[in-house]
Design a protein around this ligand. Structure first.
Ligand SMILES: [Zn+2]
Length: 330
């Protein structure tokens, strides 16, 4: 039987986890990560939820994809045959290309994250750092759905995750630990898989495409989150009998050496806030100036409201911490 056309492309990331890239009409190409456990399928982000780039794509529901499309990288087996496993969705943050909207799902045409939430035993987890950021009154603005003129997915967070908390399933811990990493958004989080030694960091940063700070971004908190991730990874890498920690991002990057990429991002942030790198482009958007900074060779770039860099420079404590992390003072 011929497989239906689909906007999803899956590839094995490691022994328990698959990376699924969605080819979407907004050209975000979000990376969805699916980890198979005995009792549940953990899904880190749900992408744009099937807003396919191609007009003739037949299969656009991520859930349907997981339950009906055999994967070459999974021995031609389905990831969740017969919906046997429940879903545990972890939202790295609430932007539209991570919480997905989809017109099609297997059962009754529910949308986006909702297509997982309607599984009777499924959980939807998000950071507890700033719950009001995800409130129904604020979600359409903060998800950016309002900006691009799409329907905001309706979903209810079933588990608010505290900093350092392990995901829970039927009152026991799953091998995935969550850390608050605000900056890109207040609700940004990173999820640590200690068995596979991968840290999923959502949109905190990536290579080759701009690291984005929307209007609600915060560069001082971002810098603190980079410092926090560096410390965590240094601790995990101290165990020399295990492999080095890898980082998988919400777009493009999925197998970077954790320590190396964090050092690079930290150094680039320093060049930006000190003015050593000048804006390459500036534009006005929604009443404020956004600057694009690009490092040598284009591997790292930052697009942010000018205000955030001005605020960062004026914050002596933030500047000192960043300088220290870059080894420029003791
Ligand atoms: Zn984002």
């Amino acid at each position: 039987m011929r497989e239906p056309t689909t906007c999803f492309v899956a590839e094995r990331l490691n022994s328990t986890t698959f990376k699924i890239v969605e080819e979407d009409q907004y050209l975000e190409y979000p990376q969805v990560f699916v980890k198979i456990l005995d009792e549940t399928l953990v899904i880190v982000d749900t992408g744009c939820g099937g807003a396919a780039k191609g007009p003739d794509v037949a299969l656009t529901s991520l859930r349907e994809y997981l339950e009906t499309v055999p994967l070459a990288d999974n021995g031609k087996e389905l990831l969740n045959p017969g919906a046997r496993l429940s879903y545990t969705v972890v939202c790295t943050h609430c932007h539209f290309d991570h919480i997905g909207t989809s017109l099609l799902s297997i059962e009754d045409g529910v949308w986006g994250v909702e297509q997982f939430g309607d599984h009777p035993k499924s959980l939807i987890c998000a950071s507890s750092y700033d719950r009001s950021f995800l409130s129904p009154a604020n979600l359409s603005r903060n998800s950016l759905c309002e900006n691009i003129g799409i329907r905001t997915p309706l979903y209810k967070v079933s588990h608010w995750l505290g900093d350092g908390q392990f995901l829970q399933h039927n009152s026991h811990s799953l091998p995935l630990q969550v850390f608050h990493t605000p900056g890109h958004t207040p609700d940004e989080l990173a999820a640590w898989d200690p068995d596979e030694r991968v840290l999923f960091i959502g949109d905190s940063f990536y290579e080759w495409v701009p690291i984005i700070f929307p209007s609600h971004g915060n560069m001082i908190r971002f810098s603190d989150s980079i410092g926090k991730m560096k410390q965590l990874i240094a601790g995990w890498n101290a165990d020399e009998s295990s492999s080095r920690v890898k980082i998988a991002c919400g777009h493009v990057t999925y197998c970077a050496d954790g320590e190396a990429i964090l050092n690079d991002v930290d150094e680039f942030l320093w060049l930006v806030v000190t003015g050593a790198v000048k804006p390459k482009q500036s534009e006005e958007s929604r009443g404020e100036i956004f600057d694009l900074y690009e490092g040598d060779g284009g591997k790292y770039s930052i697009r942010c409201p000018r205000r955030l860099v001005v605020d960062f420079r004026a914050d002596e404590e933030a500047m000192t911490k960043l300088k220290r992390r870059n080894g420029l003072i003791l």
